[in-house]
Ligand binder design. Structure first.
Ligand code: FMN
Length: 381
């Protein structure tokens, strides 16, 4: 049995990831903001709802495939945008993209990408979704929209929950954030030989960390540059969303909503989809867990607007709970990153295989042959 095949669930992949990454980098991946109330709430709230199992149903021809925003996917999950995935594993963005493409699920590439979206699009086709952060300099947002159009991207996602960056104190201690590197950072890197030799050194031997592939000319440097890629916008409003809607004819999705009021405002702007999300509990700590916010948003805007959710999903049965509450699909952030850290593309593929097996088993046991068969009657209130 290969090392990765020994991981029977996402938590076991997380344990492997922890052993391979420098401590501070694992914390960047794994932890949330401040007291992590929202991060824990994301996972805990899913566990508080139970599945209502139905029996004596022929589920022998079951199929977990579904269609989201007109694009078919083989499972009701996708790989969420996670910035700097190429620091978790050498060329991690391409590896996540390849794992997603092989599994037939969507992959969202973050804005601070080392690998160009055009290259990722060759791997994923229509299953590549493009995340765009509101930037203080609106011409950078414009630039990203134009680039997405040029690359033939069908779906763009705007992150809405990050007017400023969440407070993650442990990063200032460990130094695993731009400008904060300290003696601890180096000690932790030296204590993680897999990452040092497998990720860090290959970049250094090739001349340093790659540039941000899709940023405008002159704004692409990671260290020592203008940091425009990280200049979040604290003045981004529904007017900006309306303006983007006018210019972008493809699928437009807003990510990071957690109230019915904002969902209605988004619907009024003419968006196609909403991802109910709090950034995996990495931004506003104390914010309502996504799974708890899901029903009110579904009731407010579905089915006219496609509602999806992320935050705390590590089991196939939990994905089915979200589908039952009206989500069209679930996005996973950390789960596939644990796989990536544990074993590159094969590790990310292992995470998706675990979800596939768990979703298939849970559908059979729940008495559902198709994703469309799953409804509110399948969960406790
Ligand atoms: C390491 C890491 C980096 C992330 N970077 C971004 C980002 O750049 N933009 C964004 O909108 N969300 C980002 N997210 C949030 C994810 O897109 C997603 O909302 C979240 O991970 C879902 O929760 P889960 O990790 O519990 O599955 C990041 C998450 C992680 C774990």
């Amino acid at each position: 049995m290969t090392r990765l095949a020994k991981a029977q669930n996402i938590d076991e992949l997380a344990a492997m990831a922890r052993r391979r990454l420098p401590r501070g980098l694992f914390e960047y991946l794994d932890r949330g903001a401040e007291d992590e109330v929202t991060m824990r709430g994301n996972a805990d709230s899913i566990k508080r709802v139970y599945l209502r199992q139905r029996v004596a149903i022929d589920v022998s021809g079951r199929d977990a495939a579904t269609e989201v925003l007109g694009i078919r996917q083989s499972l009701p999950i996708g790989i969420a945008a996670t910035g700097l995935a190429s620091l978790i594993h050498h060329e991690g963005e391409s590896k996540l993209a390849s794992a997603a493409a092989a599994a037939g699920v969507p992959f969202t590439i973050g804005t601070s990408n080392f690998t160009s979206q055009a290259k990722l699009q060759e791997i994923c086709g229509d299953l590549l979704w493009r995340l765009i952060y509101p930037n203080k300099r609106r011409e950078i947002v414009e630039h990203h929209i134009a680039k997405a159009r040029e690359a033939g991207i069908r779906t763009i996602v705007i992150t809405m929950d990050s007017a400023v960056t969440g407070n993650r104190e442990y990063l200032r201690h460990s130094g695993f954030q731009p400008g904060a590197t300290n003696a601890r950072t180096f000690a932790q890197v030296l204590a993680a030989p897999h990452w040092l030799f497998g990720t860090f050194l290959p970049y250094m031997l090739a001349g340093g960390f790659p540039e941000f592939a899709d940023m405008p000319e002159g704004e692409r440097k990671f260290w020592g540059g203008t940091f425009s890629w990280a200049a979040l916008a604290d003045d981004f409003t529904w007017d900006d969303v309306r303006a983007i809607r006018k210019r972008w004819k493809g699928n437009l999705v807003l990510k990071g909503l957690s109230t019915a009021e904002d969902a209605r405002a988004a619907a009024a702007c003419g968006v196609d989809g909403i991802i109910v999300s709090n950034h995996g509990g990495r931004m506003l700590d104390g914010c309502i867990p996504s799974f708890m916010a899901l029903p009110e948003i579904v009731d407010a805007v579905a089915p006219g607007v496609t509602v999806m959710v992320d935050g705390g999903f590590k089991r196939g049965a939990d994905v089915l709970k979200a589908i039952a509450l009206g989500a069209a699909s679930v996005w996973v952030g950390r789960a596939t990153l644990y796989g990536l850290a544990a074993g590159g593309e094969a590790g990310a593929a292992r995470a998706l295989a675990i979800f596939r097996a768990e979703i298939d088993r849970a559908m059979a046991l729940l008495g559902c042959g198709a994703i469309a068969d799953i409804g509110r009657g399948h969960v406790t209130a």
